[in-house]
Ligand binder design. Sequence first.
Ligand code: ZN
Length: 66
Amino acid sequence: MTVDREAAVATPHRYRCPACGEPLVYNEAFCKNCQEYAPIYNRSGFWLSLWIALGALGISLLLSLL
Ligand SMILES: [Zn+2]
């Protein structure tokens, strides 16, 4: 319980493998337990491009109102 809590603090992005439920290492492309592909949201690049896309959308919406 205590170890699990410390691990959660050390890794803020904590997702589980959809295939086996094993906690995924953030930014790892594969599950270390079953070698299944990790979900796209386990990658920092996904969140980075998501925020860039949302930012671009927001700016274009703002500009279209001017
Ligand atoms: Zn797995």
